[in-house]
Write a protein that binds this ligand. Structure first.
Ligand SMILES: *Cc1c(COP(=O)(O)O)cnc(C)c1O
Length: 399
């Protein structure tokens, strides 16, 4: 997909619009699968982007699905994933939501002792489960997206191993999988190897173990000079460690990963329009027809998205502060060099496939953007732009 395609899409469907390039998703999936042993399985972390067409496309590539809510499980089933290709990895949900997932026959990953005990007491060995371990490895881009550290709410602490096995034995639980997800944007492949070695140590306590799920953490570059997780090297290292373990113990596990961002981030291009160029005493603002209600990552995680001016790609570079139209501090980029921006130019945020549309809201009573899938050279509208009536859809007027 080229910038020309993007301009045409902006003209045809308007802005703000999220555009996803299917080919990019396919390329990233194939890069993963070709880097690891063929028995390794990849469960797309749905929460990055759940448009049903994206789910179907990723299912057709051969991936499984990792879901963090019962509704993601239902979306996955609707998209055609079979129940044994779905893993439900919730946190802080009640037993009822877990029981709903049981009825749908998907793999279930339990992340606290309380539910483990309730589940075991009620169901014993009648339904195999995964247990989410917190290995206390500090990994991931920053505190907000790191999930393995000591302050994290995720998983059952590795120091509670004794308690897990107690519950397992006294309730006859069938634990078929161990899971860890230490955070997003892990730069060092050694973190995965360290995690895997911890898993091997744990494995001897779980006689029914078939799966080891290493979660995600695959990083994609967001700006120039940024790195992408080197999946080729990681794949080789992992294969070596697994083979050694197999040789020593005679035990073989199926290895799973749950990439979200890695599969869909690069595919996404968020198209917006510059509404106002506003010179102040301190800077030149570009005010666009969007805000953190549509793309919250810069304000929420201080993340960097490359921005390009599609309407004036040869214009002289100038320095801008790109802001949204929300009544709140709403800055997408400070001191950013862009080809000269004029009012009504089309700008694009790159790498907007993951946690972009998905985290959007109606703050300021603004409407959510449209979504377009670019597939085999053709642009398909896959979500219509919201309309005014959508704001009132669930409201009940009592006055
Ligand atoms: C969010 C999440 C992922 C995906 O993380 P990415 O950084 O998007 O790859 C995988 N597994 C679990 C359990 C998650 O919560």
């Amino acid at each position: 997909m080229t910038d020309k395609n993007l301009i045409k899409i902006a003209e045809e469907f308007g802005t703000p619009t999220y555009v996803y390039d299917a080919e990019s998703i396919k390329n990233h999936y194939e890069k993963l699968t070709s880097s690891f042993h063929k028995s390794t399985r990849f469960f797309y972390a749905a929460k990055a982007l759940t448009n049903i067409n994206i789910l179907k496309y990723i299912k057709n590539l051969g991936a499984g699905l990792d879901c963090v809510s019962i509704n993601e499980v239902k979306l996955g089933l609707k998209a055609g994933f079979t129940h044994n290709n779905i893993l439900f990895t919730p946190n802080c949900v009640d037993l009822l939501e877990i029981e709903e997932a049981m009825k749908l026959k998907v793999h279930i990953n339990i992340d606290n002792i309380s539910i483990l005990e309730q589940f075991g007491t009620k169901y014993g060995n009648t339904y195999p489960i995964f247990v989410r371990i917190n290995p206390h490895i500090y990994a991931g881009g920053n505190h907000k997206i790191s999930t393995g550290h000591i302050d994290s709410k995720f998983g059952i602490s590795i120091h509670q191993l004794r308690h897990i096995t107690r519950v397992m034995k006294s309730t006859n639980l069938l634990i078929e999988g161990l899971h860890m997800h230490t955070g997003s944007e892990i730069k060092d492949p050694e973190v995965f190897i360290q995690g895997l070695e911890i898993m091997f140590e744990l494995a001897e306590h779980f006689p029914d173990l078939k799966y080891i799920d290493m979660g995600s953490g695959f990083k994609v570059p967001y700006q120039e000079g940024d790195i992408e997780t080197d999946v080729k090297t990681l794949g080789k290292k992992v294969e070596k460690v697994l083979a050694e373990y197999h040789k020593e113990s005679g035990i073989k596990f199926e290895l799973w990963f749950e990439p979200g961002k890695y599969l869909v981030s690069t595919s996404g291009h968020f198209l917006v329009k510059s509404n106002v160029i506003k010179q102040t005493t301190a800077t030149v603002f570009v005010g666009i027809n969007s805000g953190f209600n549509h793309l919250i990552r810069p304000m929420f995680y201080d993340s960097h998205h490359i921005i390009d001016n599609l309407s004036n790609p040869k214009g002289a570079e100038r320095i801008y502060t790109v802001v949204g139209n929300i009544c709140e501090t709403d800055t997408f980029a400070w001191d950013r060099k862009l080809n000269e921006v004029r009012e009504n130019d089309i700008l694009v945020f790159r790498n907007a496939g993951a946690y972009g549309f998905e985290m959007s809201s109606n703050f300021n009573s603004r409407l959510k953007p449209a979504e377009v899938l670019f597939l085999d050279g053709k642009a398909h509208l896959i979500r219509r732009r919201e309309e005014f009536d959508d704001l009132l859809k669930n409201q009940i007027e009592v006055l």
